[in-house]
Design a protein. Sequence first.
Length: 499
Amino acid sequence: MSRTTFSDRSSLHSLIRTARGQRRWDETIPPHFRPLLRAYLLAYVSVVAPKILSVLAIRLTGRRASKARQLDQDSPYRGAASTRRLLVDALRWQRFPAFCAALVGGSTLLEIPFRSIFGHLAKGLSGVARQRLSRWCASFVAAWLSIQLLQSKRSASFSEVAPATADSLGETKRQTVRYAGRTLDLSLFAATRALDVVVGELWSRREVRRRAAGKWTGFESAVSRLIDPAVFALSSGVIMWTWIYSPERLPHTYDKWIASAASVDSRLIEALRRCRQGLLRYGEETGQAPLLQGMCKDYNWPLEWGDPARTIPFPCEMVHMGCGPSCELHALSRFERSFRWAMRTYLPLSLLLILRNPNKKGGTTALVSAARSSAFLGTFITLFYYGVCLARTRLGPKLLGRDSKTSQRIDGGICVASGCFFCGWSIMIEQSRRRKDIALFVAPRALATLLPRRYSWDKQWRETFVFAFSTAMVFTCVLENKRRVRGVLGNILAAVLAP
């Protein structure tokens, strides 16, 4: 979501119209059922299209027979019937499209009876207040019921077989224990959006009052501009810290993507983890030398570099992984490699996005957009590595000292914390209108690292309540003031929920 943008002049409203813009494609559908149909079709395409493109990309661009055979063996959508199976699987009632249809359709249809109920029970409220309350309650009930479609789907990752026990008759029985947490990311996404709506509305009202009184300050303007970059910097720092020290708290696909982007030797990461755990201690023989000495052999470095009992700390050149001793040259090398890696992803996506509104400048726009996003990612990776080097070599020893205990502290967390602090501020390269989407995309993932990925099934109602309450706030707000729900999500919801 963070990589897709829509301008004010070309919102998703245009996607639900015909090519000439004269009639909407769903004009013949009864108004109350239009949001349901739009939500289902949009969710279905969002689920199916990336998978189809992934299968086609491997088959058409990775032309080697071995890759094709690997795809057929590894993919659940393999063989001649792969596309058909993919299309059918997305239609199941426990999948994301059915969830979106139940959520949006329920919130729209349930508003009718709730209006009638509050029309009789809340006559003391104004018409606007009754309408707002009806919308909130309808959205709350729809969200509560719809998320249970996703939660009801059984998953091997969220269940395990309990140890066998014997009953009163001596018969051995095994029970399967189910855990909650499959929808945690979705619930945190809704909670983050609801919090953004509330904070944004309160800050907007404050700004209006203070500007009217002539008390609006430059500091408050700076806060308005920097809040999204700060949220992204904090969130990405938390994620990178988790990736280094607790990768099991990240989804597997997220962990794998970061590892691919970082392009770092896993032995180096393991050495930093052991430093923090106290298994690898400078100036002491703890049997950890073989870990980094394996890197020394691969890169033709002196073996003593990898021995923490003899080399305190291990040279920063090992962090550079073959780029030489200069931290600055290593940073430039990292940017160049990361930029090229990112362009292979962002340029095709940018070219696909301009197809919705092709024009003469489309190619240039796509190239500039891809280059900017690639520079952002390249700078992110560069700042992380250079932040580590600053703490280990450039500034850390000068400020803190060079003895073995200080080196242990630096490699035991300070150097990683430095990289985590600096990397997120690369968001300033992106356009301001995209910063909010990226920040709100990353924030719930950072929150997820602070919570258990699996938890007791009997506590799932708490997550369900958070999702329903947050979704009701967002839906009610987008119908009252669509500009308050910022970014791409606001445009999508405004288009889907429109009569």
